[in-house]
Write a protein that binds this ligand. Structure first.
Ligand code: BGC
Length: 258
């Protein structure tokens, strides 16, 4: 084995595993742009590994020749420590404590770099989006099926913060303030923003970030809720700029660095 590090790939496949959809694209690692369409397959009902694993293979196949021989990165909605999935709150319990990287590699037909979904979305925002070039303490929150968190200190990720599971008031943050909680309970944007504010304030009281970046599907509708949220928090806020690309781009970044 040589001691020189292999040259970083210019492109990689990024796969974003979510509670409702599984998405993939090839990303350019220099610009953060997608070089293929973003393909999506709904997450199989029940969220079981045996049903979801093959979807990873199908997504890669859908990307066609562009994906051939490229490294693959996957963002998973649970904490991932050295390739091992430690919990999966919004999927089947069968994911817990499996070697997720090895399992997914079998379906991908090549090695897989595996990370937490919010962590990889944060990597993308810190490199190409709302957090580009920022130092200090930056907290990224993804508001989706759950609440994901990614903490950066001077641009370096502190992996697997699980702030969506923090008890805020009497409830788990994501049970009340995720985007899916808003839909489930039919909350107005302003009512929901109050709940999000309570969580952001609780996080601020413990971490005192310089900035909070807000991402997830709802970032497209920020004009509906950001003013309400800003009225109730003291920390500077920014909306994620990569929108629904952050998950796949970040997963590709992870693959490129593995
Ligand atoms: C999981 C996190 C994940 C978040 C967003 C939470 O339920 O525990 O790991 O980042 O949902 O998907």
């Amino acid at each position: 084995m040589g001691t020189k590090r292999a040259r970083r790939p210019a492109r990689a496949v990024g796969i974003d595993i979510g509670g409702t959809g599984m998405k993939a694209a090839v990303a350019d690692l220099t610009t953060g742009e997608l070089v293929t369409d973003r393909v999506r397959i709904p997450t199989p009902k029940g969220g079981r590994p045996k049903d979801m694993g093959p979807v990873v293979g199908r997504l890669i196949a859908m990307l066609g020749d562009e994906a051939r021989d490229l490294p693959v990165g996957v963002g998973f909605p649970g904490p991932v420590v050295a390739g091992r999935i430690r919990s999966a709150a919004n999927l089947d319990a069968g994911w817990t404590e499996i070697d997720g990287a090895a399992f997914l590699a079998e379906h991908a037909g090549r090695p897989v770099a595996l990370g937490n979904d919010a962590d990889v979305a944060g990597l993308a925002e810190m490199r190409f989006g709302a957090g580009a070039g920022l130092r200090g303490t930056v907290l990224m929150l993804t508001l989706g099926t759950g609440i994901g968190s990614a903490l950066f200190v001077d641009g370096r990720l502190v992996p697997n913060t699980e702030l969506g599971h923090m008890i805020v008031g009497r409830h788990e943050a994501e049970a009340r303030a995720s985007a899916s909680a808003r839909e489930r309970e039919g909350l107005s944007w302003s009512k929901w923003a109050k709940r999000v504010a309570r969580c952001v304030n609780a996080y601020q009281a413990l971490l005192w970030p310089d900035l909070v970046i807000l991402g997830g599907g709802v970032s497209k509708r920020a004009h509906d809720w950001l003013p309400h949220l800003e009225a109730d928090v003291r920390v500077p806020l920014r909306i994620a700029t990569l929108e629904n690309r952050a998950g796949v781009v970040g997963a590709a970044v992870l693959a490129g660095e593995a």
